[in-house]
Design a protein around this ligand. Sequence first.
Ligand SMILES: Nc1ncnc2c1ncn2[C@@H]1O[C@H](COP(=O)(O)OP(=O)(O)OP(=O)(O)O)[C@@H](O)[C@H]1O
Ligand SMILES: [Mg+2]
Length: 312
Amino acid sequence: MISVQDLVKKYGSFVAVDHLSFEVERGELFGLLGPNGAGKTTTISVLSTLLPADGGTVVVAGCDVGRDPGGVRRRIGMVPQEIALYEDLSARDNLRFWGQLYGLSGSSLHTRVDELLEAVELTEHGRQRVSRFSGGMKRRLNLAAGLMHGPEVLFLDEPTVGIDAQARSKILDLIRRLNDDGLTVLYTTHYLEEAEQLCDRIGVIDQGRLAALGDKDELIRQIGDEDTIRFVLPPEAFDDLVAAAAAWGAIGDPEIRRGRVVLRVVDGGRALPQLQAWLEARDLPLAHLEIERPNLENLYLNLTGRALRETT
Ligand SMILES: Nc1ncnc2c1ncn2[C@@H]1O[C@H](COP(=O)(O)OP(=O)(O)OP(=O)(O)O)[C@@H](O)[C@H]1O
Ligand SMILES: [Mg+2]
């Protein structure tokens, strides 16, 4: 349904999307996960024909974005990161506006507006001005606007940013329901938990490049089954630790991140007693110890050297 091959997009000489490739099947809920500035909005903008590509091939719903942008636009819905609604108009009039833009009129327009207000649970607020809506309500209406013309594919660019947990779970439920009804969804987020909960498959994007791709289990498999040990160590002991760690099955050199040593090992159960003995021999405490089995959070950290949380 979506095929992206070797996509390149530059702003001047800055490469924002760097040879990105991925496919999304019909009916799939695909998540593009990455930190701020990773290139998510840029990618979705090219896929939805808002920006021209500088290289590569993008086909959406059977139409090439470069050769048949009109065909793409008819088949896709776009829910932008920045809310695109008229604050002074009512919810209903906003939807009417988008519907008319897509060529709907008369009773089909009316019916569609009613259906979508119902779907996003805003029927009771249909006549209210958007300026009086909460953030969550605006997000839901923004989503409805992208669905007015009954698209086959829906692009959602961080649709839950800046709203509370309850409003967020409402939006996620709605997206899940739309997907259950057959809509293909491309969803961008910098929230790992959202991608993990919501998406069938995830592409991790960082600095314009695809860092990993697959379903949750595949992604975890890609990082292998190494364990991560974190603890606090007096800085003067760090060099000695680096020298010792290889013998405990360390993978790469230990690093210091956010004040803690991060030690990746083949087998945490085997390495830990060795670490303890090493500390005891130096009369050092084992402080703030944490052992982690592979999980998506680790994957992300390993791929980008940053936690997604730090970017929120
Ligand atoms: N119009 C522009 N001109 C120049 N650089 C841009 C422009 N738009 C985006 N960029 C840069 O391109 C990179 C990718 O930006 P993009 O908005 O696609 O990231 P993003 O993943 O959507 O981030 P966010 O989570 O903050 O929305 C960033 O480094 C950004 O600063
Ligand atoms: Mg963005």
